[in-house]
Each structure stands twice: as C-alpha cells, then as structure tokens.
Design a protein around this ligand. Structure first.
Ligand code: DGY
Length: 331
C-alpha cells in the first residue's frame, strides 16, 4: 500500500485550497480561531509525521518546528510575507518554502487608498459622529479634512504594491515621490505609461515633501522602525502616515508621541506592532480623530483570499512531489 502524505494546516484557509489538498493527501486542519503556539505546531507535526505544513503569518516557523517531523518537505505560508519563517534553517534542511507573491498587490493597494481617503476626509470619525447622534445641523467647518487631489504622495518602497498605490494617483492629479535603496527606472516607466510621474528622492526629501507617506517595504533589519521619532518630526504637521506593510516598520511609541504632540496629522494603519493591537493599547486613544486602524485586512477580498489558498495548495503539491515550487520564497 502506498503511503498517503499528510499535510497539517494551522488554521482554516478558504475551502478551494483545502479541497485541492484533500484530493491527494490526508489533510488535518486546526479549526481554532486563535493561532497555535510553536509547541502545539511541533507536537502536531511530530504526531502526524507530516509531509507538508500550511501556516499563516501568525505562526513562527523556526528550526525546531522544521525538525518536528522528519518527513517534512515543504512549508507553504498563506501569505506574501515570510518574515515569520526562518528561511536559512529551511534551506539548511532542504525543506522547500512557498508563499503567495503578486496575488494581493491590487487588493492591498485598494485598502491603502481606503485608509488614505478615510484619514484625509475623516470618514471614520464622521461616521462615529453621526452614530453618536451629534449631527444636528449642516456646519460650514464641520469635519473639514484635507484635499487628496493635488497633494503629494510619498511612497516608501516602489515595489509591486507601492507601484499599484502610486498608479491610483492618476485619477487624483497627485504628485508622486518615492524612496528606497535604488532608483527604479522600470517602475517609473510603468507609471509614466498611465500618466503618473514618479520622482526618486532621498528619505529626508520624501518625509519633508509628502502630504501622505505610505509604507510598502518588507520587514527586514534594514526597514525595522524605518519610521521613528526623527522621521516623524521631519514630516509635515498635517501629514498622513499610512502603513499596510508590516507593523515593525514603524516605532509604535514614537508614533504615539507624534500623534500626541501633533508632529503629524493622522495615521492609517492596517498593520501594527504589537499585532493584534489590544483594545486597551494607548495608541487607540487617538482613534478615530487622528488614527484609523484596520485589523491586517489588506488582502482580505474573497477573490484574493481564494487565490492565495490555491497558490498555497499548489506550493504544497510541488513540495511533496519534489518539484520546484511555483512560488518559492527561497532564492
Ligand atoms: C501577506 O500576505 O503578507 C499579507 O500581509 C496578508 O495577506
């Protein structure tokens, strides 16, 4: 009798991915709402002698997790980011690592714009105002915000998502500046094709010139707390800071101080540090007037999440069959 490989899935992902896996493998899906701790993942992998692991960005996958099952041949994360996986440890052990690149670019850019418009035009605050029964009369200065059209957007990291965010300025007549380790002539040309003129500037220029600073970098040692006290002090006191990348790119305490002291105008965050952000976290005292927070839902459209599940399943299949992963995180 041939051995049917086993795949452990740490949380419920969209059915379309699970169905694909169930056609070929024994699939064990953990159904609890909260993520497992590492000890639980290790114990399950060991007990199942798992061949594949499907994890989320909330699962820390280190060498000990990778060693838990001697049969483990592939780790497939249901995410684009893979800063929660020790890639070097996986490479040393010959374990393939897959992720879901590209798929969420446009969906995350849409959410970035939702935060941008919410912050500039105070929509969350306005909704709370109506809900609280405070809307008694039309007011000449009631809930006035900032114009988005004609303003300057500063993109930190002109990768796929940063470019998709910049592309959307075409309808708003905005100026676009961007920064990063290198100029990106290819991305500039791509944006030029839709009438968006993106100018490469250094970090200081971007912070000083932008009405909106939007972060689109992966979390690495170089980008950790990229926005700290010095950067926030350089920004305009009406400026908006947006983060839909990783919470660790912003120094949370510095942001708290910046909002408190009025170094910047508002912040829109889809990612936070810590994440999840507890309801009693001090940062939330600025909401909704100065702060809008969403719970890491940048990629949360039904279509995108289904596609992520399909890609995660395709990575598992390739890994178990010893083929090159269609979407490998290992270079
Ligand atoms: C990712 O995939 O890295 C996003 O942060 C969540 O979908």
């Amino acid at each position: 009798m041939t051995h049917t490989p086993t795949v452990y899935v740490t949380r419920e992902i969209p059915e379309v991915g699970l169905e694909t896996l169930r056609e070929r493998y024994e699939v064990v899906v953990r159904t609890e709402k909260l993520p497992p701790d590492q000890a639980e993942v290790r114990a399950r992998l060991r007990k199942l002698d798992a061949d594949g692991l499907v994890c989320l960005l909330s699962d820390d996958v280190d060498g000990d997790v990778l060693d838990a099952s001697p049969d483990l041949s592939v780790v497939s994360t249901f995410s684009v980011g893979y800063d929660h996986i020790d890639l070097a440890a996986a490479a040393e052990r010959g374990i393939a690592v897959g992720h879901t690149p590209g798929v969420l670019t446009e969906t995350t850019a849409d959410l970035t714009w939702a935060l941008l418009l919410s912050c500039a035009r105070r929509t969350v605050e306005a909704h709370a105002y109506v809900e609280a029964g405070e809307w008694e009369v039309w007011g000449p200065t009631l809930l006035t915000g900032a114009d988005v059209h004609g303003s300057t957007l500063g993109i930190v990291g002109l990768g796929k998502i940063g470019t998709a965010v910049a592309r959307r300025t075409a309808g708003f007549g905005m100026d676009v500046v961007y920064t990063g380790p290198n100029r990106k002539p290819g991305r500039e040309a791509e944006l030029g094709d839709v009438g968006v003129d993106a100018t490469y500037v250094d970090r200081d220029r971007l912070l000083v010139d932008s009405d909106v600073v939007s972060l689109h970098v992966p979390l690495t040692q170089a980008t950790e707390e990229w926005i700290g006290e010095a950067e926030l002090r350089r920004m305009d006191d009406d400026a908006i800071l947006l983060n839909t990348s990783r919470g660790g790119v912003v120094d949370t305490d510095a942001l708290d101080t910046a909002l408190e002291r009025g170094w910047i105008g508002r912040a829109g965050l889809d990612v936070t540090d810590p994440e999840p952000l507890p309801a009693e976290h001090p940062l939330l005292r600025h909401a909704p007037e100065r702060l809008v927070v969403t719970p890491h839902v940048g990629s949360a459209s039904v279509g995108t999440r289904d596609r992520m599940a399909e890609m995660a399943a395709a990575n598992v299949e390739a890994g178990i069959e010893g083929r090159e992963l269609p979407h490998s995180a290992l270079r």
